[in-house]
Design a protein around this ligand. Structure first.
Ligand code: SF4
Length: 316
């Protein structure tokens, strides 16, 4: 049994869990390659126009796999934390893909909720039913997958750069170097180090989230807001680079909340879609790095601490 796994959306966050689970069941895995132009083009061709770029890219990964596997795995990721959801596009992703791309093999798309072991077991039993009826084997595969994921660490925390920025956005925009045109490398070449939200303790973010008038309903909104607001307020970075998907409603909310909280703290928002040109991105990153460099020099002339001159608003 060959199972196709698209390397799109939250694959980079959860591949240890999913690949271990299906491998333990005895399936052979076929994983699509890193995103490339042909994947992007086929995704843009089949996906509805109004979808965000990461969802289009996911469609492209499915196109790559559709004739290479017996079963296709499209994770319907609903919840990672209690009382929060991921994004409506994730909940309806299997239907979107099935109705847009003809000739797909059978799809595994049971709702995935990581809020308890009981919910994970439900997902595991349902997802494994086409591969094995041996419940003991499924339970063992689930235990192994959970263990594998618990050892997995991701995130960037560059050291030794004169300037450091918070690199914010959804994980697929940060870790898919084709989507983001290798922004981390570009920033590093300009002398700018980056830190991502996985490297900041949730306990550090939580007080900032508590200042909002209500707890965000979306996990991305809670975590990204908490990450940026905490780092800006504590002056752990000199600026923010936010990679945002064009047509992403959650990004629009986060950016407004962050702007309201951080005031004039420097933030570069790069909105990306399939038409974004690399030259334009390069120019904006260079200008931003230049501005940060000047602000740090200016401040170090006036302050013994060398902190950024831009001020984040005080907690509400
Ligand atoms: S959170 Fe935004 S970028 Fe991600 S899938 Fe949803 S709409 Fe697209």
């Amino acid at each position: 049994m060959k199972i196709g796994i698209p390397r799109g959306l939250l694959y980079d966050q959860f591949y240890p869990f999913f690949t271990r689970f299906f491998t333990e069941l005895g399936a052979e895995l076929v994983i699509s390659p890193q995103t490339n132009k042909s994947i992007l083009d086929s995704g843009a061709q089949y996906c509805v126009d109004e979808a965000c770029l990461p969802v289009k890219v996911f469609h492209g990964h499915v196109c790559y796999l559709k004739d290479k596997c017996d079963l296709l795995f499209i994770p319907r990721i609903m919840q990672l934390y209690k009382d929060e959801y991921i994004c409506p596009k994730f909940c309806g992703l299997p239907e979107m893909v099935i109705n847009s791309i003809p000739g797909l093999p059978e799809v595994i798309s049971h709702p995935f909720s990581a809020t308890s072991m009981a919910r994970l077991r439900q997902w595991a039993m349902a997802s494994a039913s086409r591969i094995t009826g041996n419940r003991r084997r499924v339970s063992a595969a689930l235990e192994a997958a959970v263990k594998e994921q618990s050892h997995f660490k991701t995130g960037y925390d560059d050291q030794g750069y004169p300037i450091k920025v918070a690199l914010a956005g959804h994980p697929y925009n940060i870790y898919d170097t084709f989507i983001n045109m290798n922004i981390k490398k570009k920033l590093n070449q300009l002398g700018v180090g980056v830190i991502t939200e996985e490297c900041v303790d949730e306990a550090e973010m939580e007080p900032e989230v508590q200042t909002l008038f209500k707890k965000p309903f979306w996990t991305f909104a809670r975590k990204t807001y908490g990450f940026i607001a905490a780092l800006a307020a504590n002056r752990q970075v000199q600026g923010i680079v936010y990679i945002s998907s064009f047509a992403c409603g959650i990004d629009s909310v986060i950016i407004e909340l962050v702007r309201d909280r951080t005031g004039e703290f420097p933030m570069l928002v790069l909105k990306i879609d399939e038409h974004t040109g690399e030259a334009g991105v390069d120019t904006r990153i260079e200008a931003f790095a230049d501005m940060l460099e000047r602000s740090v020099k200016l401040e170090s002339n006036h302050s013994p601490h060398g902190q950024c001159i831009y001020r984040c608003k005080s907690p509400v």
